[in-house]
Design a protein around this ligand. Structure first.
Ligand SMILES: NC(=O)c1ccc[n+]([C@@H]2O[C@H](COP(=O)([O-])OP(=O)(O)OC[C@H]3O[C@@H](n4cnc5c(N)ncnc54)[C@H](OP(=O)(O)O)[C@@H]3O)[C@@H](O)[C@H]2O)c1
Length: 259
């Protein structure tokens, strides 16, 4: 049986991915650290008709965690058809205020775990000539964002990695797409210490992101912008200097002063 693996499924956008996939009758493997939240979500999805929902509590900042997830799938005979790399975190504030431990955690979860999971599951997808990867990036990945320097760099990494994978994999029958939303209403901003009142962009719903992501994945779009504003902000960069793009990102996100 084919499964969709969603990381960061205990809340926020990952949880919305799980709900949306469950509605279409997809079997799911849900990963995050909060085992209790995963368990109650799995129970709810199963009682509303999802064929199979498995959970695995893992800390993706531990470099051996992607390997354990892959071993679990081999042991349990779970074939991952779609990998949704959604787990992620941020920290608002100027770079010198970023605690070193947080710096490592952001890079491990946002970039390294994502790469390792792809590296584990991709060969099987290629063998089966089906399935693919949905990487959750951000419009913040299209320029440096003052106050979110490391976070925006990790999202640039995801955008670039996914672009190359998209083309490499097209002829192998496997999809790779990057979803690039703006600000979304979840607990993410508060956890990062990002003052929501300072944000000069609409903060939209996670369901909007997930529906756009799944539609875009089905059509194998290289990059998916959930709203017209997201598209416009990225497209308009072609007509301004890099410095202007970064200054605009600073103005719109106002992430330098922590909550
Ligand atoms: N919200 C926004 O404005 C926004 C905008 C653009 C892009 N994004 C991206 O969307 C993705 C999801 O964000 P969200 O808004 O849904 O945030 P969220 O509500 O804070 O959820 C983050 C998810 O990641 C998981 N996670 C965090 N650290 C983890 C770790 N060490 N190991 C395993 N799982 C971990 C969390 O689960 P546990 O705590 O249970 O481990 C949670 O399920 C992120 O990649 C984020 O960069 C968000």
């Amino acid at each position: 049986m084919y499964f969709t693996l969603v990381t960061g499924a205990s809340m926020g956008i990952g949880e919305a991915f799980a709900r949306e996939f469950a509605e279409t009758g997809t079997s799911l493997l849900l990963v995050a650290r909060s085992e209790d939240k995963l368990r109650s979500l799995a129970e709810e999805l199963k009682s509303s008709g999802a064929p199979a929902v498995r959970i695995l509590a893992e800390d993706l900042s531990d470099e051996s965690s992607p390997g354990r997830i892959y071993e679990f799938c081999l042991r349990e005979n779970i074939a991952i058809d779609v990998l949704v790399n959604c787990a992620g975190l941020s920290f608002a504030g100027d770079f010198e205020t970023l605690p070193p431990g947080k710096m490592d955690e952001i890079m491990e979860v946002n970039m390294m775990a994502l790469c390792r999971l792809i590296r584990f599951f991709l060969p099987d997808m290629i063998k089966r000539k089906r399935g693919g990867i949905i990487n959750v990036a951000s419009i913040g990945g299209y320029q440096g964002v003052p106050g979110l320097a490391l976070y925006s760099a990790t999202k640039s990494f995801i955008v670039t990695l996914t672009e190359a994978l998209h083309v490499e994999l097209k002829e192998k029958g496997v999809k790779a797409v990057a979803v690039c939303p703006g600000f979304i209403q979840t607990g993410f901003l508060a956890k990062a210490g990002h003052r929501q009142e300072g944000i000069r962009l609409p903060v939209y719903s996670r369901d909007l992101v997930v529906k756009a992501a799944i539609r875009g994945y089905e059509k194998n779009r290289l990059q998916i912008f959930p709203t017209f504003i997201d598209f416009l902000l990225v497209f308009s960069q072609r007509f301004v200097s890099r410095k202007t793009a970064v200054r605009l990102a600073d103005f719109l996100s106002s992430a330098r002063i922590r909550e």
